[in-house]
Write a protein that binds this ligand. Sequence first.
Ligand code: GLA
Length: 385
Amino acid sequence: MAALQEKVTAEFQKRFGAEPTFVVRAPGRVNLIGEHTDYNDGFVLPMAIDRAVWAALRPRDDGRVLVHSLDFAQDAEIDALPESKVAPIWAQYVQGVLWSLRKNAYHPTGWEGVIAGDVPVGAGLSSSAALELAAARAFASVTPFTWDAPKMALISQRAENEWVGVNCGIMDQMISAAGEAGHALLIDCRSLATEAVPLPPDTSVVILDTMSRRGLVSSAYNERRQQCENAARIFGVKALRDVSVPIFKVRAHELDEITRKRARHIVTENERTLQAAQAMRSGDAVLLGQLMNASHESLRDDFEVTNAALNAIVQCAQQQAAMCYGARMTGAGFGGCAVALVKAEQAKAFADAVTACYEAVSGIMPNIYICSASQGAQVVVGESW
Ligand code: GLA
C-alpha cells in the first residue's frame, strides 16, 4: 500500500473508529513539452507523476463536508458561501470545487474524511490541481455520479479561475483527471481530446527543482496571455492555435517585436509538441530530447519566462550529454522546475551530476525527483462510478 494511502487510512480509523468507505487519489504533473500553449487552444504533452493528494472518506447524510488536512493539521467545514472564502487556503480549493460542481448542475452530497499529499506546494508541479481533482473524485464517489475526466477538469479549472482567482489554463486539471500510467497524454486543449503516448523505451523523466520561487508569476502569466490574445486578433483567428508556422512566417512583419516573439513561441511550440508526440509513438528518445531543448530556447528567448536558475539547471542537464536526451523548463516558468529525459539506467548518476553542477554555479542544492508516469484521479478503495 502506498505510504500516503496508509497515512490517510490510519488517521481516518483513529478519528472515526471505522474503515473509510472510499480512498481516492489525484496526482500532480510534469509537462514534457507544450508550454503556455493551453490557453492558446493548442497542444500539451504532460504526464501525471507519482506524487499525489490522497483522501480517505465516508458519506454523510446531512450534506455537511468536514475535512481534516494532515499536512496543515487543520479541520475545515466546506461550504460554498462567498463568506467562507476566508477558510484556510487548502480548504478554498475544496470549496471551489463544491461551488463549481453546483454551478454545473451537480448536486454533491456530504462527506467527512482526511486528506494528505506529497506534491510539493509552489514548485510548479500542480499541487492545486491535484487537490481539486482529489476533491472532485471524493464528491463523485459519495454522490455518486459518473467520472467524466474532461468535465471534471473543466469544473476544477473553473474553481481555480473563479473561486480561488488564479487564471490558469486547462492543462493541469486535465492531466490530473485523465493521466495514464506509463504514458504522457497529448491533449488538444480546444477539443479536450486526449491520446496516451508511451515514454520511449529505457528512458526516465527527471524533475529538477531549482528551488527558486518568484512572486510575480501571476502578473507575468496574465501579461503573456494578453499578448497572445493580441496576436490572435491581428491574425484574425480565435486563438494562436489556428496559425501555422508557414502563415506565421508570411505575416510576422505585421506584429510589433514583442508580440511577434510571443506568437512565434506559441506557433512553433504547438508544432514541436505534435512532433514530440510522434517521436514518442515511434520510441525516438533522441528526437524527443532535441524538441525539449528547442522548447527551452524558445521559452527563454521568445516567450521570456525563464530565469537564471532555470537556465542554469537546464544547461547543467544538457551538459550530461551521454546520459541526457534533452531538458527544458516546465510549467509557468520564472522559477520552479525543469524536466529532463534521460537514460533510465543512468538516472541516478544524472541526478548526482546535475546536483553537483547546479550547486557549483548557483550555490543552491536542487531537489531532484526521478519520477514515473502515474494514473490520473482514481478511486483506490471503494466502488467507482
Ligand atoms: C501553469 C498553468 C497551466 C499552463 C502552464 C504553462 O501551469 O496552470 O494552465 O498555462 O502554466 O504551460
